[in-house]
Design a protein around this ligand. Sequence first.
Ligand SMILES: Nc1ncnc2c1ncn2[C@@H]1O[C@H](COP(=O)(O)OP(=O)(O)OP(=O)(O)O)[C@@H](O)[C@H]1O
Ligand SMILES: [Mg+2]
Length: 364
Amino acid sequence: MSTINKPILSCRHVGKSYDNFVALKDVSLSIQESEKIGLVGANGSGKSTLLKIIASITERDEGGITTKKDIAIGYIPQTFTAHKNASVNDFLSEAINKSRGVLPGILPLLSRIGFKETILERKMRDLSGGEKTKIAMLRIIISPYDLFLLDEPTNNLDMNALMILEDFIQKSAKAFIIVSHDRALLDKTVNKIIEIDAISKKSIVYDGNFTDYLNQKKKRIEKEWATYTDSTEKITETQKSINKKESWVRKLEAERNSLRTMNKKEKEKPVAAALRDKEAKMGRRARIIKERLQKFKEEKAPEKPVHLLPLHVRFEVDERSGDKVFNLEGVKKNLPEKNIGPIDMRISYGEAQLYYFRRTDKPP
Ligand SMILES: Nc1ncnc2c1ncn2[C@@H]1O[C@H](COP(=O)(O)OP(=O)(O)OP(=O)(O)O)[C@@H](O)[C@H]1O
Ligand SMILES: [Mg+2]
């Protein structure tokens, strides 16, 4: 008997707005047992929101989510803000609902990330940023979830801890949805990428790892442009043919009028009739093509593609200035090869991330 792969979780047409702001519009995905999925998208595209909706931390407005019965889903946020007064041991124990004593199997794991047993008694609030991140990672590894939702799990991890996490995800029989800007991590761990398009707020599924996703996305953008260009050319050509026919009609009409104003000879009547005939025929053809073109424009012609592409910004500054590093609003620049913009970008002090711009013309 063949076994049918039934997803452990599926979302269908999930949508979410904060007041009037649309954070997610139409997101669909499904994940199988032990499947590893990378969730990508520009800053603010709604990745964290989606993870929180799946984890039932945030409510959705639209769509449906179904899960396997009794599934344990764990959302691991980017930073743990609570637990300040808890000891490391309590913090780790909480993950497996164990209330007393040292966790089984924890000591070798601690030593692998360079900690001694004594760290267990220290308070979470006393740990350094790096130590905290490593302990948070350790907590992920010992958590008994069926589906892990990891939100930027590698921020601030050192090489050693990063390798442990990678290894854990690769070997785990559990399912993972991973939000990460770490391309190498996604390349090594996932076999499907779900992108939330920052403009449409809809999900697009790509098979493969992150590199495969970039290649497929490039092809997809090229294809969208090719389809758009073809359609634009078709519209221009058709319009030209309509114009030509209409100008013929006008010419025939003028000829007929000039016949009429000249002395009306009997023998010219058949010529006028023939002209009128031709005129009507040509006019009919022009109208039919015009209607067809209108229908094509309304129903089939693709819209101009709009995509976000990364913009790399580098600052070389010695001293801190203000809170606002810089703001751009609706900035446009037209170059011979492409037009870019309108760009909206806001960078505050301390932010160092990938930023994106909306491009309005052909990719290079
Ligand atoms: N509680 C909230 N109230 C209002 N707006 C919110 C709230 N939470 C998120 N948003 C907005 O919804 C959008 C999506 O946010 P979200 O945090 O899901 O994005 P993200 O893809 O995780 O971004 P990043 O890559 O920066 O982590 C953002 O524009 C954000 O400002
Ligand atoms: Mg986020």
